[in-house]
Design a protein. Structure first.
Length: 392
């Protein structure tokens, strides 16, 4: 007798093809992942004939909710926040399952945190939307530094990019904005987030704004992304984006250009750079020196010099061509790595972790819901609770 899981169904070929294409897999790649011959995958997409067991495998390997595969037509995969990953009239690329799942998880986390804060009588965040469209870039950047209690040259006193990035995350978290740094989907190390698809996103809320930074990117690049996303909070503009300073002529959404300008001024104040430039301008490694001082990437340093007319366009584009070639030769880090518990701290954030722990201990949050919000289960969650309590 044929088992239920081997029972063959007749599903919509277009839906089965959609599941593969949304995961950016070709026929051969999906066949390899699913452990079947490529002819079998081609048959699924031409006839719709597929067994229950194969439906389960297809859903798993393409990171598609299984119920979607039974639909009569492909659902529309779209983000619930503005997609700002566009240049000129080019439409943004289709969001991958990894991006969609990450945004949805952060939206659930934010929604819970918002309800929790309101229930506890928290005040609204006064800086959300405080940057008016005509506010000078310098004023917005200064206001952001003031909220984070940072001086203009703060980064020069911090030893490394990693230390500076950790410091910024902590200050932003203390200011009331949830910060998340993760290079994979949840805790699934087999689903690495692609920095070429997106570097970060922001979810604006008057109580529980959230910024997400793709930790699979270089540390120095993450610094710019973090402040770029924070600028979105100041301008009350949620969105997923991929900050790129390499082409100053590329037409981008106004909100992206403004966020770039604010982040650049926050990290490398114009007045400070002019003083530093007088010392380093004749050095062959001047961009490297500026990057080390301000804990940014070299491209941020070079683009800032261009915007302030400290270098010419030819010099910038020559440098960028070399920089881009070097990036292609250099492997990006494969996620955060290192200590698991420190990694969880970056993925969850101190304020959020403390709120979840307190809600569980006071009986306002079920353990199963805490597991869902944090991605930690059973004994692992219990151990994390102990660590959070010890650090409180």
């Amino acid at each position: 007798m044929v088992s239920d899981r081997r029972l063959e169904l007749s599903l919509q070929p277009s839906v089965l093809r959609w599941a593969r294409e949304r995961s950016s897999l070709d026929l051969e790649e999906l066949a390899h992942k699913a452990g079947v011959k490529v002819e079998r995958v081609r048959d699924w997409e031409e006839t719709g004939r597929i067994s229950i067991a194969q439906v389960e495998r297809l859903a798993q390997k393409t990171h598609t909710p299984e119920g979607f595969l039974y639909l009569p037509f492909p659902p529309e995969d779209r983000l619930q926040i503005p997609d700002l990953r566009t240049v000129g009239d080019t439409p943004p690329p289709r969001p991958s399952p990894d991006l969609l799942d990450t945004v949805h998880a952060m939206e659930r986390r934010q929604a819970w945190m918002r309800d929790e804060l309101i229930e506890q009588g928290a005040d609204r965040l006064p800086f959300v939307g405080s940057a008016t469209p005509d506010a000078p870039t310098e004023d917005v950047a200064r206001a952001m530094r003031d909220v984070l209690d940072l001086q203009g040259g703060w980064a020069a006193d911090v030893p490394t990019w990693t230390d500076a990035l950790r410091m910024l995350h902590g200050r932003i978290d203390e200011a009331g904005v949830l910060t998340v740094s993760n290079g994979v989907v949840g805790n699934n190390t087999h689903r690495r987030l692609d920095p070429d698809e997106f570097r970060g996103f922001s979810l604006v809320d008057e109580y529980a704004s959230l910024v997400f930074v793709n930790a699979a990117d270089f540390k120095s690049a993450q610094m710019f992304t973090l402040i770029h996303e924070l600028a979105h909070i100041w301008m009350n503009a949620s969105g997923v984006d991929n900050p790129n300073l390499g082409d100053p002529d590329a037409p981008r959404p106004d909100i992206e250009q403004r966020s770039n300008a604010i982040a650049a001024e926050f990290l490398i104040p114009a007045a400070d750079l002019r003083v530093v430039w007088a010392r380093v301008s004749n050095s062959a490694d001047r961009f490297e020196q500026v990057a080390r001082i301000y804990k940014t990437s070299r491209i941020v340093a070079a683009r800032r010099a261009l915007d302030l007319n400290l270098i010419g366009r030819t010099e910038f584009f020559d440098f960028y061509a070399e920089y881009e070639a070097e990036e292609r030769r250099t492997q990006r880090p494969q996620g955060e790595g290192g200590d698991f518990w420190k990694t969880q701290g970056a993925r969850l954030g101190r304020r959020f972790s403390q709120a979840v722990v307190e809600a569980v201990q006071e009986g306002r949050l079920l353990y199963r819901d805490a597991y869902s919000l944090t991605g930690l289960q059973g004994p692992t969650f219990d151990k994390y609770v102990d660590r959070v309590r010890a650090e409180s």
